[in-house]
Ligand binder design. Sequence first.
Ligand SMILES: Cc1ncc(COP(=O)(O)O)c(C=O)c1O
Length: 495
Amino acid sequence: METQFRDIVIVKDSVEPIYQQLARYFRQQIESGRLAPGDRLPPSRDLAQQLGIGRISVVNAYAQLQEEGLIASHAGRGTYVTGGRVLPRAHESASRVLTGVPNLPMREMTRLAQQPGVIAFNSGAPPEEFLPVEALRHALNLVLDRDGAAAVAYEEAEGYPPLRAGITEYVSSLGIRCHPDDVLVTGGAQQALDLAVQTLLREGDVLVTGNPTYLGILDIAHIRRVRVVGVPLDAEGLRLEALETALREQRVGLIYTAPTHHNPTGTVMPLHRRRQLLTLAARYGVPILEDAVYHELGYRGAPPPPLKALDEDDLVIHVGGFSKILLPGTRIGYVIAGGTLREQLARVKQAADICTPSLNQRAIHVFLANGMLVGHLNRVRKELRERCAAACTAAQRHLPPGSQWEEPGGGMYLWVRLPDDGPTAAELYVTAVQHGVAYAIGTLFHTDGSGGRHIRLNFAAHPPARIEEGFRRLGAAWHAWQETYAPTVRRAPIL
Ligand SMILES: Cc1ncc(COP(=O)(O)O)c(C=O)c1O
């Protein structure tokens, strides 16, 4: 049977060649099971016509998929899915086979979401109205008046010393005891994660992460050629029996986890599991990379202390930053690690960019030193609580029956599973944008291509009335898709 591929999105002025976009689309369809062995792909001429692209692009896409063993052509019978791709070895079944550049779909999604009038819930950024621009202006002026040229000169690779001391004091309020020498200031938390991966892992080594997980850690693993093993999550975060299986069966070099207000699920790991995780990591002697960028964004009581605060074996490398809680564009993050590891991280940092801009470090230091951060965070938490409540009410009102989500107690995201009897997140995407709303597709956050029915909505991005309208549009898009396409689309099980 020949399927109508109505959800293909081709971005003609993309940096990704059209044939690769097309190959990526079919690869995802095959790997997610939407296209099964024996299914026929449309003739290249028909597909080119349907998409308004040159036939040669379709021919090239098919050639690439054929080379990968995913499809085969038979003269006179057309092009079929083979299902013949080499599967991961049994002990790697949870791992991601890293093909393609995983962040490209995100970029294309972002471009579509940026069209005028679209209520975009797809980003990972705090909204502009949360950013304290006037206070920043004051801090920058103060720093320039006070420090002059020193504020725009090279800085020590480890960071502006008063900021390192300020971060030490700040994290002590979260329960972390460390010395300013243990703190390395980085270009956002993203660089901190990357430095840790570069320092602790070699090409081909294994990084364990939750599945789903933060997209940025998957990007780093891909670029650094590190193998990713995904461990399932439950309502309390990483499932430890699955983690232990991975630790037993693989030579794991590093465990990445975001235990508090996890992106994308919003999960908070309770104290007892934090302790069990530390015990397990100690038993296998594997360091933990703790990503705490959302730790302070709890609006239903304080979360348990960070892993680093409970760490008695010096196994935890703690990453935090000021993007989600203050000013993302200043790109100030930090990593806390003891002794020689911190020195190694600083060497890799120096090789990457010499130092983090001194002016920005000094401005953030002003926020810490004069208590502005605390007041700002209280306002942000209050606003987030209201936006979260608005999102949950709007989800109840507008999302299709059978949609599932947990109300988060912190962070910026609602993680929704769409009902089984409708479109996947990718199928719905273009219709949603046409209805004026955008979200992030669940598969992007997964290590194994699953999550096709999940969407992540950044409710922090809009005030309550816009959230209500955005969710209304999303519900309308879902129903419109059902009415238009449901009768013609063959349903296959989606993980
Ligand atoms: C879980 C997580 N870690 C790290 C980062 C990167 O933060 P930064 O902007 O400080 O580099 C993000 C940003 O979205 C994130 O969601």
